[in-house]
Write a protein that binds this ligand. Structure first.
Ligand SMILES: *Cc1c(COP(=O)(O)O)cnc(C)c1O
Length: 380
C-alpha cells in the first residue's frame, strides 16, 4: 500500500505526491519472513513491492563495503566505505532506477522522465535504453559536460531548462501527468524501495553505529532509513543505526530547518557549492527527512566546500576517487569527531554515493612533462 510519508494518507494508483498535503509517497513498511539468496534483489525479495526480473537490471547493487584502515587508525573509529561508484552508471541512483523503470513498464508506460543535475539523468538514460523506454531528462544550466554526455550517449531526450531548478520537480510531475510520462524523480516511491537495498547489504555484512548520508532531495536518506526500520521489524537487525544527514553548507535547506527548529524546510536562496549532486535548494522530501530526524533524534550537519575538497583528497589517498557530494560524508564524520560527538571505536559507514569522474571541472592537478632524453633524471 502506498501512503504519504508525511500525513499517512493512503494513496492508490499512480499518484506521485499526496493529494491531501502534497507530501512524498512511500510503500508501507514490510514485516514478515525473509528468504535466502545471493543477489540483494533476490535475497531480500520480500522487501520489494513487486517481483523483480533480471532482464531490466544492469547489475546494480552488491557494491563493496571497504574498510579504510589508515583513516580509521588516524581518527580512532572504524570507518567503512559503501562504494556506490561501483554501480553501472557510477552512482547509487541505479538501484532506484532499476525498480522505477521496471514498475513503469509493468504499469504500461512507454516514456519515463526525470529531473537531474547529473547522476540521475545518466542512470535513467542507461536503464531506459536497456528497457526500451523513451527517456526525457530535464536538467539545469549548470550541468557539466561529463554529465550531459553520460545522458546523451544513450539516446535520451535531454532538455536543458533555463529557470528555477527547485520548481522543476513539480512542473515535471504536472507535465508528466498530462503527457503520459512516468516521472521517476529523486524521491519517487519505487526509488525509495530500491535504495533500501543499500541498508540490506550493509546489515548483511556489518553492524553499524553510524551511517553518514549525503542528502539533497532526501530520497536516499529516506530509503536507507526505511530499509533499516523494515529489517528491525523483521528481527534481521536489533537496532537502527544513527543515520546522519549530511548537507553542503552552501545549499543546506534541511540543516537550516533542523537547527532553527522550523516546522518546514524552506527554499534555500542562492545555493552555491561544488557538490552539485547535493545542491537541491528545495528538497521534495525535505519535510519527510526532517520528520525522521526529529522522531529518531538523528543528527544533521553541514560541511563547507573546503572541507569537502579536503575529504575528497583524503579518500583518494586511500584509493577511492569519489565526487564532492560523496566526500561530504567523510567531511561530516571528521567534523563530528572533532566536536566529540562520535565515541571511540564506533563503527561508521560512509555512503560514497558517486564517482569522482562524473565531476572533474573543479580539480586542478599539477603535472610534469619530461623530455625522453632526460627521463633518467626525471624518474626518482
Ligand atoms: C543524488 C545524489 C545524492 C543525494 O541523493 P538524494 O536522494 O537527492 O538526497 C548524493 N550524492 C550523489 C553523488 C548523488 O548523485
Amino acid at each position: 500500500m502506498l501512503r504519504c510519508a508525511l500525513c499517512g494518507h493512503e494513496v492508490g494508483g499512480d499518484a506521485l505526491r499526496c493529494p491531501k498535503c502534497g507530501g512524498p509517497l512511500q510503500f508501507d513498511y514490510f514485516e514478515g519472513e525473509i528468504q535466502q539468496a545471493s543477489r540483494v534483489w533476490d535475497k531480500f525479495a520480500d522487501f520489494f513491492p513487486f517481483k523483480l526480473e533480471n532482464k531490466y537490471s544492469l547489475g546494480e547493487g552488491n557494491t563493496p563495503l571497504i574498510y579504510l584502515r589508515r583513516l580509521s587508525h588516524r581518527l580512532g573509529v572504524e570507518i567503512y566505505a559503501k562504494y556506490e561508484a561501483m554501480n553501472p552508471t557510477w552512482s547509487f541512483k541505479d538501484r532506484g532506477t532499476y525498480l522505477a523503470i521496471h514498475y513503469a513498464l509493468l504499469a504500461g508506460y512507454r516514456k519515463v522522465g526525470t529531473v537531474s543535475t547529473g547522476n540521475m539523468g545518466a542512470s535513467v538514460a542507461a536503464y531506459s535504453s536497456l528497457a526500451g523506454t523513451d527517456a526525457i531528462i530535464l536538467t539545469s544550466r549548470e550541468v557539466s559536460q561529463e554529465s550531459l554526455i553520460g545522458m546523451e550517449i544513450h539516446g535520451a531526450n535531454v532538455i536543458v531548462v533555463d529557470g528555477d531548478y527547485g520548481m522543476l520537480y513539480h512542473r515535471a510531475l504536472e507535465i508528466g501527468a498530462e503527457k503520459g510520462i512516468y516521472f521517476i524523480n529523486s524521491d519517487n516511491p519505487y526509488r525509495i524501495e530500491g535504495y533500501k537495498s543499500i541498508s540490506f547489504e550493509i546489515a548483511d555484512e556489518r553492524d553499524a553505529d553510524y551511517i553518514f548520508v549525503p542528502t539533497s532531495s532526501g530520497g536516499l536518506y529516506r530509503g536507507i532509513f526505511k530499509g533499516y526500520v523494515e529489517m528491525k521489524r523483521c528481527g534481521f537487525v536489533e537496532r537502527v543505526p544513527q543515520i546522519v544527514c549530511v548537507q553542503a553548507s552552501g545549499c543546506s535547506p534541511i540543516y537550516t530547518a533542523y537547527i532553527s527548529r522550523a516546522e518546514h524546510v524552506e527554499k534555500y536562496e542562492n545555493p552555491h557549492t561544488l557538490a552539485h549532486a547535493i545542491e537541491n535548494p528545495y528538497p521534495p522530501s525535505g519535510d519527510a527527512v526532517l520528520k525522521i530526524l526529529r522522531e529518531n533524534k538523528f543528527s544533521c550537519v553541514a560541511v563547507d566546500d573546503q572541507a569537502i575538497l579536503e575529504a575528497q583528497r583524503e579518500l583518494a589517498s586511500e584509493g577511492l576517487f569519489v565526487q564532492p557530494a560523496s566526500a561530504s560524508a567523510f567531511a561530516a564524520l571528521k567534523m563530528k569527531i572533532s566536536r566529540g560527538k562520535i565515541e571511540r571505536n564506533s563503527r561508521v559507514v560512509l555512503i560514497l554515493t558517486g564517482a569522482g569522474f562524473r565531476n572533474i571541472g573543479h580539480l586542478d592537478m599539477k603535472r610534469r612533462i619530461c623530455k625522453l632524453e632526460e627521463l633518467e633524471r626525471c624518474v626518482k
